[in-house]
Design a binder for this molecule. Sequence first.
Ligand code: AMP
Length: 122
Amino acid sequence: MAYDNDNIFAKILRGEIPCDKIYENDHALAFRDINPQADIHVLVIPKGAYTNMTDFAAQASDAEMAGFVRAVGETAKAVGVTDDGYRILANNGAHAKQEVPHLHIHIFGGQPLGRMIKPPEN
Ligand code: AMP
């Protein structure tokens, strides 16, 4: 799938729309999800134009990969979920119901999170 430069996270990266920033480094940005699904719900995105993890894993440089993974760890620390635990999740493509076609890792925490996967709704 070709990268869509008009997706909402591309606009956040260009500063065209605001975000509630938690952490940033040379290769990644983390901000609070606008519609939180847990007491703490943060998204970590690479600054490069990657649609999903498949794209990122195939195309990103080693420095981008290191910066992105480091950002996940630093963001979890910044929001205070490392002691009690947290969940990371990345939706990739249609079966996972990925809504925004720019790679993002969700970080959920701040409460017990239940089972890893719920049965599909339909
Ligand atoms: P996904 O289904 O994995 O693609 O998740 C996309 C996530 O992006 C959802 O949890 C949305 O609530 C979140 N989201 C959409 N627009 C924004 C925005 N402008 N700022 C922060 N989070 C957003």
